[in-house]
Ligand binder design. Structure first.
Ligand SMILES: Nc1ncnc2c1ncn2[C@@H]1O[C@H](COP(=O)(O)OP(=O)(O)OP(=O)(O)O)[C@@H](O)[C@H]1O
Ligand SMILES: [Mg+2]
Length: 247
């Protein structure tokens, strides 16, 4: 089904031109949950900017707010308070359908459990995001094949997930995340379900995509070994940014 034209989703202020290298900018973002008498501050007044072409990680212990932050950055959920600009658009006041449209065009997601369709080939899995963007059948195939080449899996295009190793499945998921040419790739614990050697290979792939293709990558992890392979670590604790470390 076609999405509304781009102009419809541009709401409110756009960022000024000197901010065009900023992919993500959140200011004073909070996310609160009322649980009976207790107010849980999953995120508490968080401000962060991500430049185009960065390879960074968001690191913190369990319950620190990483997935909550990731859900907001990925337009899967809205904040309780604060402002959010994504690739120049002021997004935090958008309704669900508009958010879904922006998400589909601007964000590539990679998850711990790969989230591939089981009875579907690597090629068809990689093509999936293009069904919602009005791309023709031939173009879908070509672009998905290119994405599989980029992750080194073009010779496995016809394999189903259960005919691939964990690392190969995660490569298909990465190909799927890239096929729309998103402004940023968000990965939540992308090596969490893999053994350490395969996890290293996946981190090498992210680094290569960043170094050779200039792709902006944000990796959420509790693992300092993973975080140290990126160029910047945003440390989060109790819903607040503890330290913003350039490596
Ligand atoms: N839907 C919700 N309702 C109530 N509280 C929530 C909800 N989602 C998250 N929280 C709370 O917000 C805090 C942050 O949770 P979050 O899932 O973001 O942590 P995390 O850093 O991703 O942890 P982990 O490393 O275990 O995945 C936790 O205290 C959690 O219990
Ligand atoms: Mg989490």
């Amino acid at each position: 089904m076609p999405f509304p034209p781009t102009a419809v989703v541009l709401l409110g202020a756009s960022m000024s031109t000197q901010d065009s290298d900023i992919v993500i900018r959140i200011e004073n973002v909070s996310k609160h949950y009322q649980m009976g008498d207790t107010l849980v501050k999953a995120l508490d007044d968080v401000s962060v900017q991500i430049q185009r072409g960065e390879l960074l990680s968001i690191m913190g212990p369990s319950g620190s707010g990483k997935s909550t932050l990731m859900a907001i950055l990925g337009c899967l959920d809205g904040p309780t308070n604060g402002s959010y600009w994504l690739d120049g658009d002021y997004v935090h006041l958008l309704k669900d359908d508009r958010l879904a449209d922006i998400r589909g065009r601007k964000i590539g997601f990679v998850f711990q459990q790969f989230n591939l369709l089981p009875r579907t080939s690597a090629l068809d899995n990689a093509m999936l995001p293009l069904y919602y963007n009005g791309v023709s059948g031939k173009q879908r195939r070509d672009r998905a094949m290119q994405a599989l080449e980029l992750v080194g899996l073009s010779d496995r295009w016809h394999h189903r997930p259960n005919e691939l190793s964990g690392g190969q499945q995660q490569r298909v998921a990465i190909a799927r995340s890239l096929v729309n040419n998103p402004a940023i790739l968000l990965a939540d614990e992308p090596t969490g379900a893999l053994d350490s050697r395969t996890g290293k290979e996946i981190m090498e792939l992210f680094k290569r995509l960043h170094d050779e293709r200039g792709i902006t990558v944000c990796i959420v992890t509790h693992d300092s070994g993973v975080a140290r392979q990126t160029n910047r670590i945003v440390h989060i604790r109790d819903g607040k940014i503890d330290k913003d470390e350039r490596l």
